[in-house]
Design a protein around this ligand. Structure first.
Ligand SMILES: [Zn+2]
Length: 109
């Protein structure tokens, strides 16, 4: 399986399809193609206990995003602003780009 098969890329805007953050929208901070997971800004926030440091001797709780399954998110088309499935197309120079199935616009320029 090629890692290029992920339909979501870093920087995409997505909508969450299921789970506790269903309906939430956010920007993809990073992808983990090996695990088919994505890290999305403001989605799947977990609380992590931070070890005490010299600055914060009592320790603390840090909130951070945890990755979610890529199959749980849908790309929001930058052209029509709709959550959409994608199609793939090869350009003349061989570059593979994604397109929006709703409006037909190419997502990767
Ligand atoms: Zn579109």
């Amino acid at each position: 399986m090629s890692v290029a098969k992920m339909h979501i890329r870093k920087g995409d805007k997505i909508q969450v399809l299921s789970g506790k953050d269903k309906g939430k929208k956010g920007k993809v901070l990073s992808t983990v193609p090996r695990k088919k997971k994505v890290l999305v800004e403001g989605v799947n926030i977990i609380k992590k206990h931070a070890k005490p440091t010299q600055k914060i001797p009592q320790g603390g709780i840090r909130e951070m995003e945890a990755p979610i399954d890529a199959s749980n998110v849908m790309l929001i088309c930058p052209s029509c602003q709709q959550p959409t499935r994608i199609f793939r197309q090869s350009l003349a120079d061989g570059k593979r780009v994604r397109g929006c199935k709703k409006c037909g616009e190419l997502i990767d320029k």
